[in-house]
Design a protein around this ligand. Structure first.
Ligand SMILES: [Fe+2]
Length: 526
């Protein structure tokens, strides 16, 4: 495997290049997917955030990851935040709850000081987080029984209870930078249509192959037995075994998070084979990590620094445990390849990576795939394993430039190409979107990460993958403080930093908010 002495790159090499790390003669995506970053917008008062929240307040409810609060006069709403949320954002939320005449309560939980993250923290974080999510599920059931609230706004990931009186929706707004984005003024009709476009292609595909320039190449068969007879929802038997009590949630995709492989196992027929590799998880950039996957089981975890070391420890500890619904022993099984669908999500620069300002948010940018392995998040199967005293949790590797190939009825089609979700280019989606203004501005990504050796100059290993977090923190700092210079330095496409693109960002698309004024008075590019 790793031979630290073999790289031979001389003194400029921070660490020897391990086996399996991709080598390129030139950055393969420099011309097709150059870096993009929106201007850094200074927000100085909660009022500036209201036009964004107006959209969120009006969006019809769904249980997915796009904020869709659907605020109705007189309904009882609990907004649950933490001391890790910015006060200005919470104040803006309070104003919008008042404006919409809901009966609201804001509960603020003290989680203690805001931690600064490194990628390896994901291992412990998701061991703890699993327990917290199970407590949330119990809390929601309790609220449902007592009929205390009609709606709860909290959290920004994971399952919620579906088909109950109580409606759970998301609170993804941690900082002003996260909220002040067209991602949250994006017409929800268009986002929902892109979800469905993606889902329709995945469910009708017979086989799928996912590749990514950071080293992923994985295939699986999308067996008929994963599905009901019409291939519309997942097989009800598998759903009721895995998602007992929350079948309405588990039988289909989560809006904003389309399941690119079923989030159930098909014992005896699991067929995920290949490798998953990358440098980012839900918390932060981590050391380059490679997973070898055989029959959907992770048989080897290579490299990964401290992240890899801790994962290998969990793998060894759980090697002999049979988890409920799993196709074989051990916790390290691959169950997730979920796809984001919102083109205007971007990695926040201020405070990254700390508290909730981490990489969880960016997984919902259109075309980003997060691979997940471990127990299936907040499923009954996971809760049963926890009750039996087993270690539970799951972990991730993000793919930012994936290709997702589909095999449908003998035709090969692309779902995602070099990180671009092809729903953005679909004529029907574009026609639908035209109702809301400039299609070329709505249906394009605000952000592509700048990755040396992949989509900008530099050597993938020497200038990036040997210490990805160092690069990411550096580039975000420069991007935030020296924005126009940063764009030139990384060879970025400045579509959203000048002309109509900058106006679009400046305005937060006020034309469609029902507001007579701009969402934001200006930005550094204006
Ligand atoms: Fe996920």
């Amino acid at each position: 495997m790793l031979d630290k002495t073999q790289a031979g790159q001389g003194s400029v090499t921070p660490r020897g290049r391990p086996d399996g790390v991709p080598v390129f003669t030139s950055p393969p995506l420099k011309s097709v997917r150059p870096p993009r970053c929106p201007p850094f917008v200074e927000v100085t008062s909660p009022d500036q955030l209201l036009p964004y929240l107006e959209h969120v307040a009006k969006r019809p409810y769904n249980h997915g990851l796009n904020a869709c609060w659907d605020l109705q006069p007189g309904e009882r709403v609990l907004l649950r935040v933490d001391n890790w949320h910015s006060d200005m954002v919470v104040q803006a939320c309070q104003k919008i709850l008042e404006k919409y005449n809901v009966i609201y309560e804001i509960k603020k939980i003290d989680r203690g000081p805001i931690p600064q993250w490194v990628g390896a923290d994901e291992v412990q974080y998701y061991l703890r987080r699993t327990k917290e999510l199970a407590e949330w599920m119990d809390m929601w059931e309790e609220i449902e029984k007592k009929k205390e609230y009609d709606k709860v706004l909290m959290g920004y990931g994971g399952p919620v209870l579906a088909e109950r009186h109580i409606k759970i929706q998301r609170m993804p707004f941690i900082t002003p930078e996260i909220l002040a984005s067209p991602a949250h003024t994006m017409p929800i009709e268009v986002l929902n249509a892109m979800d469905k476009w993606t889902w329709d292609r995945i469910r009708s595909a017979k086989r799928a192959r996912i590749t990514d320039p950071e080293g992923t190449d994985l295939e699986f068969t999308n067996h008929a037995e994963y599905w009901d007879s019409r291939r519309e929802f997942y097989n009800p038997d598998l759903v009721s075994a895995t998602w007992t009590g929350n079948e309405h949630f588990g039988k289909t995709y989560l809006p904003g998070h389309v399941t690119g492989r079923p989030w159930v196992f098909l014992p005896g027929k699991e067929s995920g084979n290949g490798v998953i590799a990358g440098t980012t998880n839900h918390i932060a950039a981590m050391d380059w990590t490679q997973l070898v996957v055989e029959i959907s089981k992770i048989t080897q975890i290579n490299e990964g620094g401290e992240f890899g070391r801790q994962l290998r420890e969990v793998m060894a500890q759980t090697a002999d445990i049979q988890y409920p619904t799993f196709p074989g022993k051990g916790i390290m099984h691959w169950w997730e390849a979920s796809i984001g669908t919102n083109p205007h999500i971007h990695r926040p620069r201020k405070d990254f990576p700390s508290g909730f300002v981490n990489c969880l948010y960016e997984r919902v940018r259109s075309g980003v795939i997060h691979m997940g392995f471990g127990t299936i998040i907040s499923s009954m199967a996971e809760r049963q394993a926890a009750r039996a005293g087993h270690l539970v949790g799951h972990w991730h590797i993000h793919l930012y430039f994936p290709n997702y190939h589909l095999e449908r009825e003998g035709d090969n089609e692309m779902l995602i190409e070099n990180g671009r979700l092809l729903a953005l280019d679909d004529p029907e989606i574009r026609k639908l979107c035209a109702k809301y203004g400039d299609v070329d501005l709505w249906l394009d990504e605000s952000w592509n990460p700048a990755v040396p050796g992949i989509n900008m100059d530099g050597d993938y290993w020497d200038h990036y993958a040997a210490d990805p977090l160092h690069w990411v923190k550096t580039e975000l700092e420069v991007c935030r403080n020296y924005h126009p210079m940063f764009m030139k330095m990384v060879g970025a496409d400045d579509k959203y930093c000048q002309g109509a693109g900058a106006d679009f960002w400046k305005g937060g698309c006020c034309n469609h908010s029902g507001h007579g004024h701009h969402a934001l008075p200006g930005n550094c590019c204006g």
